[in-house]
Design a binder for this molecule. Sequence first.
Ligand code: DC
Length: 217
Amino acid sequence: MTYNIAIDGPAGAGKSTIARRVAKELSFIYVDTGAMYRAIALFLLRSQTEAREEKVAEVLPEIRVSIRYRDGEQQVLLNGENVSGLIRTEEVGNMASRAAALPCVREKLLDLQRELARTHDVVMDGRDIGTRVLPHAQLKIYLTASADTRALRRFRELEQKGQDCDIEKIKKDIIWRDEQDMNRAVAPLVQAKDAVYLDTSDMTIDEVTEKIKSLCR
Ligand code: DC
């Protein structure tokens, strides 16, 4: 049987940084499900498809999302093209949030996510991993931080990548995305009953990593 760690939480809570670290230290694979939604969002933006169920359902059969690992890093492929470097923009993130509210999109990614967890020890992060994708995960974490902290982290991340950004706009985007992700009808972001709540506003990456590893032990 595989060991599965589910990490859910709002945008910018540090999920990917923490999940990647924990996975590395435990020799698990890290599965970034947000990247899968982002790949679909990129397709929708490129094809100028409206984020409405009937429009998206029409083009979904043309979309193939897969992942592969290179030097331990997850790459996400959209119809065979490695789009990992193209999906980290606010535009794609906002479209991903819209697309992720559509049942047909969630359904499409569910099997891929479950299959990865069935065949590998994983740290998987997203919004509905503990509640829907892996309800039987051995360890579930709900990772969060204040909106100010999350906006600042996102700002620094984008700045490091040399992207032009404005912290007030980032904070507005984060709050808008939280609203969308928490209030949608299908698989909204909520803390699973059996998830451990971790507010990382005043914790370092090392502290959070150690905490999760000790919970795992
Ligand atoms: O974690 P992220 O910012 O890369 O995610 C992009 C969007 O995808 C986010 O706004 C919500 C959605 N998402 C989701 O609904 N379910 C997941 N398991 C992962 C992401």
